[in-house]
Design a binder for this molecule. Sequence first.
Ligand SMILES: Nc1nc2c(c(=O)[nH]1)N[C@H]1C(S)=C(S)[C@@H](COP(=O)(O)O)O[C@H]1N2
Ligand SMILES: [Mo]
Length: 191
Amino acid sequence: MIQISNRHKKLPPGQRLIEDFPVLHYGDVPEVNIETWDFTVKGLVRNPLRLSFDEFMKLPSVELWADFHCVTGWTKFDLHWKGVLFKTIAELANPLPDARYVLIFAENNYTTNLPLDIAMDNDVIFAYEYEGKPLTPEHGYPLRLVVPKRYAYKSAKWVRGIEFLQKDRPGFWEVRGYSNSADPWKEERYG
Ligand SMILES: Nc1nc2c(c(=O)[nH]1)N[C@H]1C(S)=C(S)[C@@H](COP(=O)(O)O)O[C@H]1N2
Ligand SMILES: [Mo]
């Protein structure tokens, strides 16, 4: 098992430390049927994918420890996740040379976007466990993205797939005034 640590235990500018794990999202917690659930990889790839949850769980997994920063001002230190590196899925899908951005899509039309080189970092994972247990519905069951180096609106819950793109396509909060780059250390809160 590969273990990845990205726990700085430092507060980015303007953040306050909290101990509990708040639940924050737009809309309702989706009901998920794990039998029909799938994970789709499309767009500028040589090998588009459609994985069942069983198939997803068979991919090589990693454990990640990382801090979590919400743009509204709270930070939680040292969350422990288990899942699959974004990079592992990208390698299976084999992006075309033109692919420079990705759009992550989730239930209820939630989306978020990242430059491909950021998504390929060794700490970006699709997580299915938190603190040794399957994700709870409100924290993203069955699968969520975790992007430790960005404000948490990039860490989409209830993810269903990835689209590889040539041009950047801003996601749900990014088109609603939040920063496209979302680096907490540079306090990039608003676009
Ligand atoms: N699908 C979806 N994912 C989402 C959101 C959302 O509204 N919908 N909100 C984001 C925001 S702003 C934050 S702070 C984190 C919160 O994750 P948590 O509820 O597990 O603490 O989820 C992110 N992922
Ligand atoms: Mo957030």
